[in-house]
Design a binder for this molecule. Structure first.
Ligand SMILES: C[S@@+](CC[C@H](N)C(=O)[O-])C[C@H]1O[C@@H](n2cnc3c(N)ncnc32)[C@H](O)[C@@H]1O
Length: 262
């Protein structure tokens, strides 16, 4: 399954949909969302329920980067520093994401989440369920968990239904469970629960129990994520450096003492 390409009809649909995002200048609509700012926040911020530390955050199917920009801002309100990374099929949307987050422009790439090989692992990896057909979902998620998420990190999965069209979201907890992935947290949002999120730990976290477990108290150092994924050797700039990420290990001070919650 992992070596197969996605069906051409599926790819054609994605391309068609992405073109409709580009017909508007509204940042939410460019992300495929039909509501206003309040609903956007209510239906996307629960992703941060899975985020308990500073770190890198990859959005697979990032569209114009507005979700990453929003999560970064909402994360900052919680004293979390998130370094955005994004991948999307559509080059014009990736260009918009690069303009939106110019400090991190080299962190945005054009590619197919199904077949892309990441040059590094990420603390948090967010994917929507519908970036691959349901027939490919299990193999896709397993690969993300195995190859994309760094030890101690989390794979976060989202499914957006539609209240007006009476389309429910996928029952992610049940699906992930049926794939043998142990779900450590979940959230529901939107009118009638049309948005669902569920998250699982990295495979390596489960294999190496020295990493933080839910319910434990740990001292966190800022994530040492100094290099851009896509231009080796370049240091990440911006908040990360201002806040001490990238300082030599001996001089780094603990960023926080937190309780790690599911
Ligand atoms: C609905 S938008 C999601 C935007 C943002 N991630 C969010 O959740 O609000 C879906 C985006 O995923 C992209 N996409 C869909 N399938 C993809 C794939 N297999 N690889 C890369 N991008 C994909 C589309 O081009 C589109 O821009």
């Amino acid at each position: 399954m992992e070596n197969e390409d996605l069906p051409p009809a599926f790819i054609a649909d994605i391309r068609r949909l992405a073109h409709t995002y580009l017909e508007t200048s509204d940042p939410r609509r460019q992300s495929g969302f039909g509501g206003g700012p309040a609903r956007w926040r209510a239906e996307r911020e629960p992703i941060l329920d899975a985020v308990t530390s500073h770190g890198s955050l990859l959005d697979l199917g990032c569209a114009n980067g507005f979700l990453l920009e929003s999560l970064r801002a909402w994360g900052a309100e919680r004293s979390l520093i998130l370094i955005p990374f994004g991948l999307d099929f559509n080059p014009e949307l990736v260009a918009l994401a690069q303009q939106r987050l110019p400090e991190f422009r080299s962190n945005f790439l054009v590619g197919n989440a199904w077949s892309w090989s990441p040059p590094q692992r990420f603390t948090y990896v967010y994917t929507l369920a519908d970036v691959v057909p349901l027939s490919h979902f299990s193999a896709y998620l397993r690969r993300l968990q195995r190859e994309f998420v760094e030890p101690g990190g989390r794979l976060i999965v989202g499914s957006y239904g539609s209240h007006s069209r009476r389309v429910p979201p996928l029952d992610l907890e049940r699906l992930l469970d049926s794939y043998g992935m142990s779900v450590v947290g979940a959230a529901t949002a939107g009118p009638g629960g049309t948005v669902r999120f569920a998250w699982a730990e990295s495979v390596s976290n489960r294999e190496h129990p020295q990493h933080p477990r839910p319910g434990t108290s740990v001292t966190l150092f800022p994530i040492v994520d100094r290099r851009s994924a896509f231009s080796p050797g370049r240091r990440l700039r911006g908040d990360a450096e201002r806040d001490g990420i990238g300082a030599p290990r001996a001089r780094r001070r603990p960023a926080a003492r937190i309780s790690c919650q599911a």
